[in-house]
Design a protein around this ligand. Structure first.
Ligand code: DQA
Length: 145
Protein backbone atom coordinates (compact mmCIF):
# COMPACT_ATOMS: atom_id res chain seq x y z
CA UNK A 1 0.00 0.00 0.00
CA UNK A 2 1.09 3.54 -0.70
CA UNK A 3 0.20 6.14 1.89
CA UNK A 4 0.81 9.88 1.84
CA UNK A 5 1.49 11.73 5.09
CA UNK A 6 0.83 15.46 4.87
CA UNK A 7 1.76 17.83 7.66
CA UNK A 8 0.40 21.33 7.21
CA UNK A 9 1.39 24.82 8.31
CA UNK A 10 3.85 25.44 11.14
CA UNK A 11 4.50 21.76 11.72
CA UNK A 12 7.99 22.29 10.31
CA UNK A 13 8.57 24.13 13.61
CA UNK A 14 7.90 21.06 15.78
CA UNK A 15 10.45 20.88 18.58
CA UNK A 16 10.78 24.69 18.64
CA UNK A 17 7.18 25.88 18.61
CA UNK A 18 5.00 25.80 21.75
CA UNK A 19 6.99 22.88 23.14
CA UNK A 20 4.56 22.58 26.08
CA UNK A 21 1.75 21.85 23.65
CA UNK A 22 3.47 19.88 20.88
CA UNK A 23 6.52 18.35 22.60
CA UNK A 24 10.26 18.60 22.02
CA UNK A 25 10.57 16.20 19.11
CA UNK A 26 11.02 17.53 15.58
CA UNK A 27 9.28 16.92 12.25
CA UNK A 28 12.16 14.67 11.04
CA UNK A 29 11.79 12.67 14.30
CA UNK A 30 8.07 12.30 13.60
CA UNK A 31 8.57 11.29 9.98
CA UNK A 32 11.24 8.72 10.96
CA UNK A 33 9.00 7.20 13.63
CA UNK A 34 6.01 6.81 11.34
CA UNK A 35 8.16 5.60 8.42
CA UNK A 36 9.69 2.87 10.61
CA UNK A 37 6.24 1.59 11.60
CA UNK A 38 5.07 1.82 8.00
CA UNK A 39 8.05 -0.23 6.83
CA UNK A 40 7.32 -2.93 9.43
CA UNK A 41 3.86 -3.22 7.92
CA UNK A 42 5.00 -3.24 4.30
CA UNK A 43 3.60 0.23 3.64
CA UNK A 44 5.31 2.65 1.30
CA UNK A 45 4.97 5.96 3.17
CA UNK A 46 5.75 9.33 1.58
CA UNK A 47 6.06 12.32 3.95
CA UNK A 48 5.39 15.90 2.92
CA UNK A 49 5.01 19.21 4.77
CA UNK A 50 3.88 22.58 3.53
CA UNK A 51 2.83 25.93 4.89
CA UNK A 52 0.81 26.60 1.73
CA UNK A 53 -2.81 25.64 1.25
CA UNK A 54 -2.45 25.21 -2.52
CA UNK A 55 0.41 22.72 -2.15
CA UNK A 56 -1.71 20.63 0.19
CA UNK A 57 -4.62 20.72 -2.28
CA UNK A 58 -2.33 19.63 -5.14
CA UNK A 59 -0.98 16.76 -3.01
CA UNK A 60 -4.49 15.58 -2.14
CA UNK A 61 -5.33 15.49 -5.87
CA UNK A 62 -2.12 13.56 -6.54
CA UNK A 63 -2.97 11.16 -3.71
CA UNK A 64 -6.28 10.50 -5.42
CA UNK A 65 -4.34 9.23 -8.46
CA UNK A 66 -1.39 7.36 -7.00
CA UNK A 67 -1.87 6.65 -3.27
CA UNK A 68 -4.20 4.36 -1.35
CA UNK A 69 -4.76 6.68 1.58
CA UNK A 70 -3.86 9.97 3.24
CA UNK A 71 -2.84 10.81 6.80
CA UNK A 72 -3.11 14.55 7.32
CA UNK A 73 -2.40 16.98 10.11
CA UNK A 74 -3.80 20.10 8.45
CA UNK A 75 -2.66 22.43 11.27
CA UNK A 76 -4.80 25.55 11.54
CA UNK A 77 -6.29 24.90 8.05
CA UNK A 78 -8.39 22.30 9.86
CA UNK A 79 -10.55 25.01 11.29
CA UNK A 80 -11.40 26.96 8.14
CA UNK A 81 -10.13 25.54 4.84
CA UNK A 82 -13.15 24.72 2.71
CA UNK A 83 -10.74 24.37 -0.21
CA UNK A 84 -8.90 21.47 1.45
CA UNK A 85 -12.24 20.00 2.47
CA UNK A 86 -13.43 20.05 -1.15
CA UNK A 87 -10.14 18.49 -2.29
CA UNK A 88 -10.54 15.58 0.16
CA UNK A 89 -14.21 15.18 -0.81
CA UNK A 90 -13.20 15.15 -4.48
CA UNK A 91 -10.82 12.18 -4.37
CA UNK A 92 -11.65 8.54 -3.81
CA UNK A 93 -9.06 7.72 -1.15
CA UNK A 94 -9.66 7.67 2.60
CA UNK A 95 -8.10 10.44 4.68
CA UNK A 96 -7.49 10.34 8.43
CA UNK A 97 -7.18 13.67 10.22
CA UNK A 98 -4.59 13.81 13.01
CA UNK A 99 -3.90 16.41 15.69
CA UNK A 100 -0.97 16.13 18.06
CA UNK A 101 -2.62 18.21 20.77
CA UNK A 102 -6.03 17.72 22.29
CA UNK A 103 -7.74 20.51 20.37
CA UNK A 104 -10.84 20.15 22.57
CA UNK A 105 -8.91 21.31 25.64
CA UNK A 106 -7.74 24.40 23.82
CA UNK A 107 -9.22 27.60 22.36
CA UNK A 108 -12.79 27.50 21.09
CA UNK A 109 -11.78 28.03 17.44
CA UNK A 110 -9.85 24.72 17.53
CA UNK A 111 -12.95 22.75 18.50
CA UNK A 112 -14.33 22.87 14.97
CA UNK A 113 -12.93 20.90 12.05
CA UNK A 114 -14.37 21.72 8.64
CA UNK A 115 -12.45 18.69 7.31
CA UNK A 116 -13.72 16.02 9.72
CA UNK A 117 -17.01 15.45 7.85
CA UNK A 118 -15.11 14.37 4.70
CA UNK A 119 -12.46 12.32 6.53
CA UNK A 120 -12.75 8.64 7.39
CA UNK A 121 -11.87 9.50 10.98
CA UNK A 122 -10.05 11.82 13.31
CA UNK A 123 -7.39 11.21 15.97
CA UNK A 124 -6.66 13.97 18.45
CA UNK A 125 -4.58 14.55 21.55
CA UNK A 126 -2.34 11.49 21.45
CA UNK A 127 0.89 13.17 20.40
CA UNK A 128 3.02 11.63 17.67
CA UNK A 129 1.49 8.25 18.49
CA UNK A 130 -1.70 9.44 16.76
CA UNK A 131 0.03 9.19 13.37
CA UNK A 132 0.78 5.48 13.92
CA UNK A 133 -2.80 4.91 14.96
CA UNK A 134 -3.92 6.67 11.77
CA UNK A 135 -1.69 4.36 9.73
CA UNK A 136 -3.23 1.27 11.37
CA UNK A 137 -6.72 2.69 10.87
CA UNK A 138 -6.04 3.22 7.16
CA UNK A 139 -4.70 -0.32 6.76
CA UNK A 140 -7.83 -1.61 8.44
CA UNK A 141 -10.05 0.43 6.12
CA UNK A 142 -8.10 -0.64 3.03
CA UNK A 143 -8.24 -4.32 3.99
CA UNK A 144 -12.01 -4.10 4.19
CA UNK A 145 -12.33 -2.68 0.68
C1 DQA B 1 -2.70 20.98 15.41
C2 DQA B 1 -3.84 21.74 16.11
C3 DQA B 1 -4.20 22.99 15.33
O1 DQA B 1 -5.25 23.70 16.00
C4 DQA B 1 -3.02 23.91 15.21
O2 DQA B 1 -3.33 25.04 14.44
C5 DQA B 1 -1.80 23.23 14.69
C6 DQA B 1 -1.50 21.87 15.16
C7 DQA B 1 -2.23 19.77 16.23
O3 DQA B 1 -1.54 18.93 15.69
O4 DQA B 1 -2.52 19.68 17.44
O5 DQA B 1 -1.03 23.79 13.93
O6 DQA B 1 -3.19 20.48 14.17
Amino acid sequence: KKILLINGPNLNLLGKREVRVYGAKTLPDLEEEVSAVAKQHGVELTCKQSNHEGHIIDWVHEAGEVYDGIIMNPGAFTHYSYAIRDAIAGVHVPCIEVHISNVHKREEFRHTSVLAPVCAGQIVGLGFHGYQLALFALLHILEGE
